[in-house]
Write a protein that binds this ligand. Structure first.
Ligand SMILES: [Zn+2]
Length: 272
């Protein structure tokens, strides 16, 4: 599943490739994505210019020249690529064709992704209940500490809850908790303030590093440059159950938390 760093890498790539370009036509081959693509989607976009490409959580937001927005989510298996007229593959559902001949093609075998438009992002049903962006100004240790008080939920679920903070997926939550020395099953409400300061810092550091490295390498994922990312090679606990901790040589343990696989070092990570 494309995570926040991959989506940010795609955003940066789209910023270079489609910003300021005018949409000549849109081709929809399959409307049955997570939300059905409306029949007037093609005519709505035709002739509009892409002013800028933003990102909130895992949503890509195309700012259009008519003050509306096109909201794109890649779902479980969606990918965007710059394509040519030929070589259309089975799951290539949408083409956005620009005046200069550039084609942005959306492929999504499992069709959990979405393409929507809106004139009011603040009140959009997909965005309005989401917490702050981890790379934005409103996210820090104090914010996490305050929201966590009296919560008995495991800290890993707490930081993966998109109402608390968006875009911290399983890989990044596992890695950030390892880097902060916090056992993933610790009750969120019992983790002290100083640990939340470290945790917030580590979440930001890990996401930024991953963006810099081009996102994690995941099956079905193709970045905007058609280049796989390399973050996975530097993962310290995620997917390393049964192997030695790089720091202390203790065997990394696996545990299921909230139906998700979790890995931690029993020596380096403390339970609060
Ligand atoms: Zn260790």
């Amino acid at each position: 599943m494309p995570e926040l760093p991959e989506v940010e890498v795609i955003r940066q790539s789209l910023d270079k490739k489609i910003k300021q370009k005018k949409i000549k036509k849109v081709i929809v081959r399959n409307r049955s994505l997570r939300f059905k693509i409306p029949s007037n989607f093609e005519s709505f976009l035709r002739g509009l210019k892409i002013i800028k490409i933003d990102r909130f959580s895992k949503y890509l937001i195309l700012y259009l020249s008519n003050s509306h927005y096109c909201l794109i989510h890649l779902g479980m298996s969606g990918s965007l690529r710059i394509a040519d007229k030929e070589h259309i593959k089975k799951h290539d559902h949408i083409d956005i064709c620009f005046n200069d001949g550039t084609i942005l093609r959306y492929c999504d075998p499992r069709r959990f992704g979405c393409f929507l438009w809106s004139d009011d992002l603040d009140n959009h049903f997909l965005l309005k209940d989401l917490g702050p962006e981890p790379l934005g100004n409103h996210f820090n240790g104090e914010y996490l500490f305050k929201l966590s008080r009296k919560r008995r939920t495991p800290i890993k679920n707490f930081i993966m809850n998109s109402k608390i903070v968006v875009g911290v997926g399983n890989i990044y939550a596992s890695e950030a908790l390892y880097a902060s020395g916090i056992k993933p099953s610790s009750q969120a409400g019992r983790v002290p303030r100083n640990k939340y300061e470290i945790l917030a810092h580590e979440i930001v550091t890990i996401l930024k590093k991953s963006i810099k490295d081009g996102g994690t390498t995941l099956r079905d994922f193709v970045s905007g440059n058609n280049e796989p990312g390399y973050f996975k090679q530097s993962l310290k606990v995620y997917g390393r159950e049964g192997k030695e901790c790089y720091a202390c040589k203790t065997i990394i343990k696996g545990q299921r938390i909230g139906q998700r696989a979790s890995a931690y070092c029993p020596n380096c990570q403390t339970r609060f």
